[in-house]
Design a protein around this ligand. Structure first.
Ligand code: TYD
Length: 208
């Protein structure tokens, strides 16, 4: 049986990831592709407990890194890898790039520590494709505010959100084979159309 494909969505606050995750999964299922939707932190009972812990308190950056990493190791081992092996596609809201940007770039956790943890808990289950949802920090923040309760990450300064955006853009530049930068400052239908075209062209259109 062919392995499933692993697609992740990344980006700053209010960038519309969750909407596009749902839209893509709906189209895949409509096309007869078995698809699991999941998110980080979360995806397993342990991951959801970590989510509550880490979003409701303000741990030290290294503590935060280890909590996200613990949740991710469970997620990969118990849900993502078995699903892919079974031929199911996995669409995930946030993954390794969030750790690289939030805990690494902004939290100051050394890159080599993050890399070492990734190589033991994630590899070789890296995403086949990552959509990096990109929009100006001010626009994302307005959207997140309009949505109601701000998480402690949302409630940071505009400068923090600008650096966040730059961090994700840098990853997209550094890994062009895996990552695609999406202009998220457009209406959801247009964005969903571009995402679907990309997925179809890369993975679904059979070579003649
Ligand atoms: P969530 O409510 O899911 O935010 P969003 O809708 O923006 O995805 O909260 C997840 C928060 O956790 C988000 O602000 C980013 C942060 N986070 C990290 O700091 N590191 C990580 O590795 C992950 C997966 C998330």
């Amino acid at each position: 049986m062919a392995r499933g494909l692993f697609i992740t969505f990344e980006g700053g606050e209010g960038s519309g990831k969750s909407t596009q995750v749902a839209r893509l999964a709906e189209r895949l299922r409509h096309g007869g592709i078995e698809t699991v939707v999941t998110r980080e932190p979360g995806g397993t009972p342990l991951g959801e407990s970590v989510r509550a812990l880490v979003l409701d308190s303000s741990p030290e950056p290294v503590t935060e890194l280890l909590l996200f990493a613990a949740a991710r190791a469970e997620h990969v081992g118990k849900l993502i890898r078995p699903a892919l092996d079974h031929g199911t596609w996995v669409v995930c809201d946030r993954f390794i790039d969030s750790t690289r940007v939030y805990q690494g770039l902004l939290g100051g956790v050394p890159r080599d520590l993050i890399g070492a943890i990734e190589s033991h808990s994630v590899a070789p289950t890296v995403p086949d494709l990552t959509f990096v949802m990109d929009l100006p920090a001010e626009v994302g923040l307005k959207r997140a505010e309009a949505r109601g309760a701000l998480s402690r990450f949302d409630a940071q300064s505009t400068d923090y959100h600008r650096r966040l955006r730059e961090g994700f853009r840098e990853i997209a530049r550094a890994e062009p084979a895996r990552c695609l930068l999406i202009n998220a400052d457009r209406d959801p239908d247009t964005i969903a159309g571009e995402i679907w075209r990309t997925v179809s062209e890369r993975f679904l259109v059979k070579a003649p």
